[in-house]
Design a protein around this ligand. Structure first.
Ligand code: FMN
Length: 398
């Protein structure tokens, strides 16, 4: 076996947390938490991933509060789920798998009907792209008090997550969600200290990082997922990502996950492969939303054919500006790619779709150098996000 490939199966520590190999399940919102319940489906899903040999799985999109959820079928961090969440995490620990929680906040983007506030809150007033079909047309701009409260809430959610047994927290800074909306000149039109220059637009994300760090202490792993590019004119691009990564590194992050795209404006850059429009149209229940998808779809769902390691060249550039760990995500599905990533200096590898279709990928790949995931990048799994069964591979469900 090539030395770099062997390296991907060796242990490494992430801020003191011993991981048995370099494979981490990427956060893929599971769609298995009606009314924020830690369902048996969610437990079975992560149990199956743990059995396949990853060092750490990620529970996708753990909203830091009820109003931060994109919709009702999402976990939000509160005392009512403490016991069930602890039980899930303990079970995964008994399978020799660590557990990361992805801290999400939707900002001005939500169709959660169980919100306390009438409108979701983002950096600036605007259209709530996700809520339009539910009659939730607009989002409001956060006041300075709202910002202070949000920073505090991130800290409280982080303390809760640490206390229930998570081994690592992943703050979502990308994909067009709340913190990314502040970072992006496309969605942040503020004229106060939180808008304008990139330094100002990074003020809230950096305060959030500081609040999370303070809550969990210096020895607890905190990583962050960023979009290397939003893929839209006037949005964040690859050069901005270098400065964003540098600031997060300086702010004390332990690792950066190198993703891309925005769910609202250019999702396909994140999930390269077959176009999502047709599967989304098939899955969408609301006639109004279907009509909107037909109208906006061709512009929103651009064509990005699948390539292995599609973020490699841009993600590699971060190594020149940060000292923290780098965690690659985006089209890693076979042993050649794992070896390439180790050789390029990445510390860990996140796997999304390749594990949905083939949870045993790490175990199989370790014993068979020619092994490749059977994922076809058809992207039909993405359209199962709101399926009653939750996300699954429509081709090879196991
Ligand atoms: C069904 C599905 C759900 C996803 N949900 C999330 C999510 O909740 N949070 C997130 O950061 N990324 C999410 N993603 C993106 C993945 O984490 C990952 O960045 C992307 O799939 C590219 O990696 P891959 O080529 O290994 O699949 C999701 C992806 C899929 C396929």
């Amino acid at each position: 076996m090539n030395a770099f490939l062997t390296q991907s199966f060796t242990p490494k520590k992430l801020n003191g947390l011993a991981l048995k190999n370099r494979f981490i399940k990427a956060g893929t919102f599971e769609g298995m938490s009606p009314q924020s319940a830690v369902s048996s489906a969610l437990c079975n899903f992560h149990g199956r991933i743990a059995d396949g040999g990853v060092a750490m799985t990620t529970i996708g999109y753990c909203a830091i509060e009820n109003d931060g959820r994109l919709h009702e079928n999402m976990l939000y961090m509160h005392e009512g789920i403490r016991n069930d969440l602890s039980t899930l995490i303990n079970t995964l620990h008994s399978k020799d798998c660590k557990v990361s929680g992805q801290m999400g906040y939707g900002g001005g983007f939500s169709k959660n009907r169980h919100r306390q506030r009438k409108r979701p809150l983002g950096p600036s007033f605007g259209i709530n792209m996700l809520g339009v079909a539910q009659g939730m047309l607009f989002c409001d701009a956060m006041t300075l008090q709202d910002i202070d409260r949000l920073v505090k809430r991130y800290g409280e959610a982080a303390a809760f997550m640490q206390s229930v047994g998570f081994d690592c927290l992943e703050i979502h800074f990308g994909h067009g969600y709340g913190l990314c909306q502040f970072m992006s000149p496309k969605t942040n039109r503020r004229t106060d200290l939180y808008g304008g220059t990139l330094q100002n637009r990074m003020r809230l994300p950096l305060r959030v990082l500081e609040s999370v760090r303070k809550a969990v202490g210096d020895d607890f792993p905190v990583i962050g997922k960023i979009s290397l590019t939003e893929g839209v004119q006037g949005g964040l691009d690859y050069d901005d990502a270098l400065e964003i990564a540098r600031l997060l590194d300086q702010g004390g992050i332990d690792g950066i996950v190198t993703s891309g795209g925005t769910s609202t404006m250019n999702p396909m850059i994140m999930f390269r492969g077959d176009n999502l429009l047709q599967p989304m149209l098939k899955a969408e229940k609301s006639p109004l939303m279907r009509m909107m998808l037909r109208l906006a779809g061709p512009r929103l769902f651009k064509h990005y054919p699948y390539e292995e390691l599609y973020f490699l060249e841009q993600a590699k550039r971060l190594r020149e500006v940060v000292n923290c760990d780098l965690i690659y995500v985006g089209g890693a599905s076979n042993n050649n790619s794992f070896a390439t990533l180790m050789q390029a200096g990445f510390d860990f590898i996140q796997l999304g779709r390749s594990l949905l279709s083939d949870p045993d990928l790490p175990l199989q790949a370790k014993h068979n150098p020619g092994y490749a995931s059977r994922c076809l990048h058809c992207n039909e799994c993405v359209a199962t996000i709101e399926h009653a069964q939750g996300i699954h591979c429509t081709r090879f469900d196991s």
